[in-house]
Design a protein around this ligand. Structure first.
Ligand code: AMP
Length: 188
């Protein structure tokens, strides 16, 4: 079983590339952001806890998202492999993921990281706000908080995986098709 992390700042195209990889390679896509938005839409206690954090551009607690990942792995046993999108977002989550996988007798295959500049993050998120109607995409201040959280809390994850020799980066400076082709080369 293969386990890939699609890594990168908000707006990098993780969700878009994950959907294309699902179509072309048959992997199972797990987006913690989508799972949290589903919880919010269903009005669950978890959704209520997550809503105010997400709407301010802050991260949801590590144990919440790690629990969701564990549940997704155990409820989808027959798939070819998993694409993790938006997880891990902290070093603690990366450590927890290693523990979850080793507990299943598995290990992470590799991290495919999508690099775009902060300026490009802002431009793309604003474009997405017009299409997807996400509250956390619509406001400059919230976007700034998400970028700050990315640099402070998520970027250290890069070194964690570099040390394991599992970090592969794609510079997403072309068209969607060109960028996707670079991503696909890194996935079996
Ligand atoms: P995304 O759709 O990946 O951009 O996620 C939207 C929001 O959900 C993020 O800004 C966070 O508030 C929350 N979120 C998603 N994934 C995680 C995660 N792995 N850890 C903490 N918060 C998360």
């Amino acid at each position: 079983m293969k386990y890939y992390v699609l890594f990168g700042p908000p707006g990098a195209g993780k969700g878009t590339f994950a959907k294309l990889l699902v179509e072309n390679k048959g992997y199972y896509h797990i987006s913690t952001g989508d799972l949290l938005r589903n919880e919010i839409a269903a009005g669950t206690p978890l959704g209520l806890e997550a809503k105010s954090l997400i709407e301010k551009g802050n991260l949801v607690p590590d144990d919440v998202v790690c629990g969701m990942i564990r549940a997704q792995f155990s409820s989808n046993p027959g798939v070819r492999g998993f694409l993790l999108d938006g997880f891990p977002r902290t070093v603690a989550q990366a450590e927890a993921l290693d523990k979850i996988l080793s507990g299943m007798g598995a290990e992470l295959t590799r991290v495919v990281s999508i690099y775009i500049t902060d300026e490009e993050v802002r431009r793309r998120i604003k474009g997405r706000a017009l299409v997807e109607n996400r509250a956390d995409d619509a406001d400059d201040e919230i976007i700034s908080t998400r970028i700050k959280n990315y640099h402070e809390k998520t970027e250290p994850v890069i070194n964690y995986y570099k040390k394991q020799g599992k970090y592969f980066e794609v510079v997403a400076d072309g068209t969607i098709q060109e960028n996707y082709a670079k991503v696909e080369k890194l996935v079996d």
